[in-house]
Ligand binder design. Sequence first.
Ligand code: HEC
Length: 158
Amino acid sequence: MSAHPPPRPAIHEDPTLQRSLLRWQVAGVVVFALLVASFPLYKAVEGPRRDHALKARETALVTTGHRLWALDCSSCHGDNGQGGVGPALRSKQFLTGIEDEQMHRIVAAGVTGTAMPSWWDEFGGPLTDDQIAAVVAYVRSWQRNAPSVPSWRNPQGG
Ligand code: HEC
């Protein structure tokens, strides 16, 4: 005859189980609190990092745009955007009056019937979409200190 094991206590009366449950509950609360506390920390670290990445991207775009400007645009619009055969784009009036998207479209498609060619490779030009975006970013970078040139459309007068 083998002895029966003592009957198990009911779950809600089992002190070992109760302690274990309590430990898990406490651990859950602690993990949750850590998670909540980590959000501001994440924001504090990630926010500046993202700003930094955005700025670095902008700088790279402008640098590329500057090179492309010298190569493709300066002959008509001037080394510094002061204008020539083409309008002066370094002008407060021009820059505040145009969105990047509009500028992008004009550069991509050109202006039919004028010396301004289409630059987008989809239209037979030499520049990719990204390169046009770079040149637009470069021109946009002038805006902060752009001089007032109300006659920007006609920099050579007459
Ligand atoms: C061969 C000369 C020439 C070259 C090269 C040239 N442009 Fe132009 N561009 C012009 C002329 C001329 C106009 C004015 C067209 C018109 O009468 O509307 C113009 C107009 C523009 C305008 C529109 C201004 C407005 O009326 O709102 C933008 C923007 C522009 N050019 C950007 C560029 C960029 C960027 C490049 C280089 C990728 C470039 N251009 C290269 C001649 C040129």
